[in-house]
Ligand binder design. Structure first.
Ligand SMILES: NC(=O)c1ccc[n+]([C@@H]2O[C@H](COP(=O)([O-])OP(=O)(O)OC[C@H]3O[C@@H](n4cnc5c(N)ncnc54)[C@H](O)[C@@H]3O)[C@@H](O)[C@H]2O)c1
Length: 263
């Protein structure tokens, strides 16, 4: 018996087999979950091909896969309408998407962030969680778990993380307010965030000073090492499973004890 047998949900954010969403999926399916996926649309279909081949690596040969730009209401509507039509209900949503203009992720460039870049980062990286929650609640009649990926730069200044840090602070608090609204009555939906340590992904490569972050993590973290994607995936399994039915509005650090050390 798997911890997640009989649970079905959707994963947003697999760009390739290094994505946090890929590691989360790997662990969810290892424990019995069934996953649907979305990819960022692009005119040449590159993102779809990369997402599909990453998912196939996990042994899923004919995935439920739809394009979705999370900054577009019509794309989100289409995804949740199709989920409802195909499955009736779901049990979990994994939010592992983020974006900010890399110009403003350069060291020392936070103060140059434009209104447009700020709004775009907040929309794609934080508002999108609320937008998913609005739609997911209608197809989670038995309750369920919504999970988003955050980072320590939303709590403290991490040089180079810049506007993404502001978006992560907003994301973590969006999760708490959403947890409050969706937690009671018929919904019983839990909403949590995982604050993961640095991982070498496409999104991470856009952050100025990312190499220093890996070294700094090794020096400072309680466990004196970086983390693996599977370790975040394991915590995702816990948060999606019925082992965590009393846990909502939490931000769980999976960072080898980086965030507990002051100096
Ligand atoms: N890599 C790290 O060090 C790290 C650490 C902590 C948290 N995170 C968070 O993990 C999550 C996943 O990022 P990742 O590091 O796996 O990188 P990634 O590049 O593999 O994944 C980011 C995903 O966001 C998607 N995306 C961007 N804009 C989008 C849009 N408008 N609509 C739909 N999808 C869009 C991309 O297509 C991609 O699939 C992000 O929220 C990121 O901030 C990453």
């Amino acid at each position: 018996m798997g911890l997640l047998d009989g649970k079905r949900g959707i994963v947003f954010g697999i760009a390739n087999d290094r994505s946090y969403a890929w590691f989360i999926t790997k662990e969810l399916i290892a424990h019995g979950a069934e996953c649907a996926f979305t990819h960022l649309p692009d005119p040449k279909g590159k993102m779809e091909r990369r997402c599909r081949s990453a998912v196939e690596e996990l042994g899923i040969s004919d995935p439920w896969l739809m394009p979705c730009d999370v900054s577009k209401d019509e794309d989100l509507d289409a995804v949740f309408d199709k989920l409802k039509a195909d499955f009736g209900k779901i049990d979990f949503v994994i939010h592992a998407v983020a974006f900010a203009d890399r110009e403003f992720l350069k060291l020392g460039n936070f103060h140059k962030t434009t209104r447009e870049a700020w709004a775009q980062a907040m929309d794609i990286s934080a508002y999108s969680l609320l937008a998913m929650g609005q739609r997911a609640k209608d197809i989670m009649p038995d309750g369920g778990s919504i999970l988003a990926m955050s980072y320590y730069g939303g709590e403290k200044v991490v040089p180079g993380y810049n506007i993404m840090g502001i978006a992560k602070a907003a994301l973590e608090h969006t999760a708490k307010y959403l947890a409050f609204d969706l937690g009671e009555g018929e919904n019983k939906i839990r909403v949590n965030t995982i604050s993961g340590g640095p991982l070498r992904t496409l999104a991470a490569s856009a952050v100025g000073g990312i190499s220093d972050m890996f070294e700094h993590q090794e020096r400072k973290a309680a466990m004196k090492r970086n983390i693996t994607g599977e370790e975040v995936g394991g915590t995702a399994v816990y948060l999606v499973s019925d082992l965590s039915t009393g846990v909502t509005g939490e931000n769980i650090h999976v960072d080898a004890g980086f965030s507990i050390v002051g100096l």
